[in-house]
Ligand binder design. Structure first.
Ligand code: DAH
Length: 347
């Protein structure tokens, strides 16, 4: 048996040395060292050998196995090197070229503008809050003083999630106001950007899923001047210049007085498509927080004296802002998921 090992050794090493490519080497490796290869066969046959040969045969076979593994390893490295050399000489391969770079993704235009808005508000000391998109009717409507017969509660406007109408897809980001009051200690300033949902016919300006940014400031002696200053500051930063603004009376159940806040169209002097020829753009709803909304939000809070507090709130559509910023004329593009559209706004 030992002679067989020695002749096997010489033969195997010679064949490894002669192998001309990686595939031939792989076949040879399998034949010698594979599960059904020669070495395995020898090791498996040991129990059938006469007692006195077993130990030396076992040792010899294992030593040979180690030697062959090493020989095959170094031969493989040589072949690989030779292959690179050959390709390089043939001109087909240049290892000094940079690797192909993977395609890079980008931020959605809504994310880009949302981050810009967040940066402006955080620079004014605001905290950015999040809230659930599947919301209780209590937060979305009741606590915000939206009466039971308010049209926005109709089935054709709101997606209800259960038969008893206690869970809704939030129709506005305003419910985060209540969640903020439950959790934070006044004075505080927060914004809550996020997705909202309405059961609406879709067209160029209406989507069932869109985005709002809610704002809420609560403290002592907060008044309308703080509200208009804040919104002007936001618009001036966004459009990088001083824009004329105006307040009109507006009704929202959770503010009193409530306003519509308009801004002079940043794109024209005397009417254009963006402002529907009016030179004004309706930017957001806002107002002074209804005392009953403060009561609901801070109810049960012994550390808060609601009677001393006032606050302002506002809510604007982010999609509209994105469309203005990038000159997009159909809101359905935003959530349509068409990469050819999105790739036009790299970031
Ligand atoms: N939630 C309102 C809407 O979806 C917008 C709004 C108006 C938010 C007035 C406010 C506010 O915070 O004070 O139309």
């Amino acid at each position: 048996m030992l002679e067989r090992l020695e002749s096997l050794r010489q033969d195997a090493l010679a064949r490894v040395a002669e192998a001309t490519d990686a595939e031939a080497l792989r076949v040879l490796e399998k034949e010698l060292l594979g599960k059904e290869g020669v070495i395995s066969e020898i090791l498996a046959a040991i129990p059938t050998l006469p007692q006195e040969e077993r130990r030396d045969t076992g040792r010899g076979a294992n030593a040979l196995k180690g030697e062959l593994l090493e020989a095959i390893g170094s031969k493989r490295a040589l072949l690989d090197e030779a292959l690179v050399e050959a390709l390089r000489d043939g001109g087909g391969f240049d290892p000094t070229l940079p690797p192909a770079t993977p395609a890079r993704g980008g931020l959605h235009p809504i994310t880009q503008v949302r981050r810009e808005v967040e940066a402006i508000f955080t620079s004014m000391g605001y905290e950015v809050l999040d809230g659930p998109e599947v919301e209780l009717d209590y937060y979305n409507f009741q606590a915000l003083n939206v009466p039971v017969d308010h049209p926005s509660r109709e089935l054709q406007d709101t997606f209800y999630c259960d038969d008893s109408h206690t869970v809704v897809m939030r129709t506005q980001t305003s419910p985060v106001q209540i969640r903020a009051m439950e959790r934070l200690k006044p004075p505080f300033r927060v914004i809550a950007p996020g997705r909202v949902f309405r059961n609406e016919e879709q067209d160029a300006t209406h989507e069932h899923t869109f985005h709002q940014v809610e704002g809420l400031v609560v403290g002592e002696d907060i008044q309308v001047g703080h509200l208009t200053w804040t919104l002007r500051r936001l618009l001036n930063e966004l459009f990088e210049r001083e824009l004329e603004v105006r307040l009109r009376p507006g009704y929202f159940p959770f503010v009193e007085p409530g306003f519509e806040f308009d801004v002079r169209c940043p794109f024209c002097e005397d009417g254009c498509r963006v402002c529907s020829q009016t030179t004004w753009i309706e930017f957001c709803g806002c107002g002074m927080v209804q005392p009953c909304v403060l009561e609901a939000g801070f109810s049960g809070r012994e550390d808060v004296d609601v009677s001393k507090l006032t606050g302002f709130a506002f809510g604007f559509g982010l999609d509209r802002l994105v469309m203005m910023r990038f000159g997009i004329d159909d809101i359905r593009n935003l959530m349509g998921g068409d990469l050819r559209f999105l790739e036009q706004f790299p970031c």
